[in-house]
Design a protein around this ligand. Structure first.
Ligand SMILES: [Zn+2]
Length: 254
């Protein structure tokens, strides 16, 4: 009986460590080290924080740098969670592109803050940032859309959903409903979001700047959104019917 209980307990720890690794890359290791301590949750918080700081120093030797996490500047993380979970690492080239793009957005539409969502993990290629299977080399970045309030005034850094994802813009789709697909409609969630219309002017500027940037190899956005905003270009692609919808955010890759 005792062996069974111990077995279940260790299985629980293993599942938790794997889950934390998939979500944050470093969290699983922090949990395994914390198991050696009596006050496990406190130990986990301290070890996780220490590993996060060490990651800032070590990641550049893996070719990754963090995107800005602070509360000021033209480029910011949409939520502190992306930074706390180490999901904001990119290659130096992509960080330079994102900073330059955000500055240009602010120049063309003063006061604009460009917000980053999921980017990549700090270590190793081919370690996907779930659920984005392609975000595995620091060369991919998701950006939040730009919104206005109900009177049409720019909202500098508010999104519709609290994490920037899953507040979909309606539009015609060529994708039939299907199983085993990451194309979630999350219809039940949509009515929870505040009424913040898409800032078509700023979002169109953003798409135009990115489509015309030679460093960007691909930009994913739903075809109906690109049509609505009148943006075209060879780099503008449809991600396919099995991948996540791209009318709640913009995906760019080098
Ligand atoms: Zn993406």
């Amino acid at each position: 009986m005792r062996n069974t209980v111990d077995g279940v307990r260790w299985l629980g720890h293993a599942v938790l460590a794997i889950g934390l690794t998939l979500l944050t890359q470093i969290g699983g290791l922090a949990w395994l080290i914390a198991l050696f301590f009596k006050r496990r949750l406190l130990a986990f918080a301290v070890i996780y924080s220490a590993l996060s700081l060490a990651t800032l120093a070590v990641a550049p030797s893996f070719g990754r740098v963090p995107l800005p996490c602070g509360p000021s500047g033209e480029l910011r993380s949409q939520s502190w969670l992306y930074c706390a979970m180490h999901r904001h690492y990119v290659t130096p080239e992509l960080r330079a592109l994102a900073l330059q793009f955000a500055r240009e957005m602010d120049r063309q539409h003063p006061g604009t803050v460009t917000q980053t969502l999921d980017a990549g993990f700090p270590f190793w290629d081919e370690f996907p940032l779930l659920p984005h299977i392609s975000h595995d080399d620091g060369r991919k970045l998701d950006l939040a859309l730009y919104y206005t309030d109900q009177t049409g005034t720019c909202l500098p850094h508010e999104t519709r959903s609290p994490i920037g994802y899953w507040a979909f813009e309606d539009g015609p789709s060529r994708c039939p409903p299907q199983w085993l697909s990451l194309r979630w409609d999350l219809t039940w969630l949509q009515r929870l979001w505040p009424n913040r219309p898409l800032d078509e002017e700023r979002t169109a500027t953003a798409l135009r700047l990115l489509v015309n940037d030679a460093r960007v190899s691909r930009l994913f956005v739903e075809p109906h959104l690109a049509d609505r905003l009148g943006v075209q270009g060879a780099r503008l692609r449809f991600q396919g019917c099995r991948a996540a919808r791209h009318d709640d955010h913009i995906h760019i890759q080098l």
